[in-house]
Design a protein around this ligand. Structure first.
Ligand code: NAD
Length: 142
């Protein structure tokens, strides 16, 4: 069975409950756990058999993982998710940036455009981030 290699960012709070679940999932292998509270990270690593515990977010991205699970306080999600996705523009899209394209496509000005795929991802797929080919190379199950 191919195992999904995962980094956990934020191991305290509600993630203490999630830890028990990850430990029971045979399809998941936790490679690295990160928490600014290093004791918490070490406890999680011991519980999950993770090779590495760290207090530095950058360490979660240094490992060749296939998923990053973010369980930190809400105000950190946007910045950490954008970094984990390795988006060349280094930020998530604003809703308006998607809405502008949709407004154009449903307008008369786009009447002659048919069957196109428009990618709005800050350049992520252009550099191979989370493309199907990348997932296949990494052996992501499913
Ligand atoms: N508490 C709940 O019942 C609950 C339920 C569902 C979802 N959530 C969501 O889970 C997320 C975390 O909530 P919580 O209640 O566990 O918060 P919490 O503050 O109790 O725990 C957050 C953990 O993240 C760590 N942390 C803080 N900054 C960090 C950083 N920069 N890098 C790495 N680790 C860092 C903290 O040390 C702590 O261990 C939130 O998005 C929350 O909405 C919480």
């Amino acid at each position: 069975m191919t195992r999904l290699s995962v980094a956990l960012v934020g191991c305290g709070g509600v993630a203490r409950r999630y830890r028990r679940i990850y430990a029971r999932l045979p399809q998941v292998s936790v490679a690295v756990v990160v928490d600014t509270d290093l004791e918490e990270a070490r406890a999680a690593a011991a519980e999950l058999g993770a090779a590495r515990a760290s207090a530095e977010f950058a360490d979660a991205l240094a490992e060749p993982v296939q998923a990053v699970v973010i369980s930190t306080p809400n105000y950190l999600h946007r910045q950490q998710a954008a970094a984990a996705l390795q988006i060349p523009l280094n930020r998530l899209a604003e809703p308006e940036e998607v809405a502008e394209l949709i407004a154009f496509l449903v307008s008369e000005r786009a009447a002659y455009i048919t069957g196109q795929v428009f990618t709005i991802d800050g350049g992520a797929s252009a550099v191979g981030c989370y493309s199907y080919e990348t997932y296949k190379r990494q052996g992501v199950p499913g």
